[in-house]
Design a protein around this ligand. Sequence first.
Ligand SMILES: [Mn+2]
Length: 411
Amino acid sequence: MASAIKFLHAADLHLDQPITGLADIPAHLKETLANAPYRAAERLFDIAISERVDFVLLAGDVVDLDQGGPRAAAFLLGQFERLADKGIEIYWCGGTVDQPDRWPNAIELPDNIVIFPSSMVEQAAHTRDSLTIATICGAGAETRKRNPSDFRCSEDSPFPIALLHGEIDTTTLAAQNIRYWALGGQHKRKVIDKTSTVAVFPGTTQSRNPQEPGGHGCTLVHVDAAGKIRVQEMELDSVRWSLQRVTVAENARLEDLKTSLADRCSKLRSEYSDQLVLAKWRISTTGDFNPQLRSSEWHKELVHWLRNEYGQSANSLWTVALKIDPPQQLPAEWYEEETILGDYLRSVGRFQGDASMALSMMDYVPENHAEDDFLTDLARVSAEARANVLQQAAVVGVEYLARHDNETIED
Ligand SMILES: [Mn+2]
């Protein structure tokens, strides 16, 4: 009977890649943001030690050494040595930004690091008490010089693993005798579970921008004595992007808005107590239009209050942006008015009420442009975008043409 194995698989650490997407970074968060990729990496090696794994697989894009400079090299060396002290080996294949086979000669790597060449598949046997318990076929991201079918271990290899950075098609996954595909190159976690094999992109260890919301980390893999594989997601990120949607009534007072936001903030803070949450708020409304809700004074006050109340420590909730959607509807009597606004709203209303009335920018596309041209694509308006544009057009009209008491509407 084979032995049970436990290993950790991570990729796309991108130590040198900063967090982007904030227009202005407050002084007290700079360090947390700058250190986030390093913190995630440190947690990865912490877990390797606390879980007493047999080995760690790094599937590329650990760091761009030219960008990361001495800090990155010194950090990695320190972490590798921590693992060496515990007798944990690391198997590292290159990605698109890192070429571990180009690690500076002057800095000697400890013996527990096995580096795979970029262009060809090599095999390494992982041993425990001088018995091979897993076989690792690895190669870096240089795909021009090798075929996916090169990832093949001899039939009697104990627990064959493929370690590589890049795409792999499902036919290849099924065709080889590999039990676990340790992949890298996708920043969003993805698990492909087939009957005889499991393929995992663990995702990046720390998200870098609002397009990568939610948790990020690495994968802990348990293989039992019968060879059954169980993958466990381990979160490592210390900074998390989050889009928060809240619905309020149009006639809400400023205090009501704060109460709704405060409710959500306390929930978020108890859920992510040791992380910095970067929140983007999106507020939808119900009921008849209330211009005050979208006034710049209220907007300024809300953002200021959210940041002051919840964003002052390093592990807190920082409001990056707050946006209030256009209202679902405008008061019906405005459409009846004998004013320029009334005329304008009735025009918009005709478009809103008749889907066959085209909303198209085709007239602006020069005639000699082909059908599938990108300009033609831009000029086409989907039904959803059409409804959105009309709703916003109505609000813009109200903004410039309405005179409703002392209310002002600004963005
Ligand atoms: Mn990457």
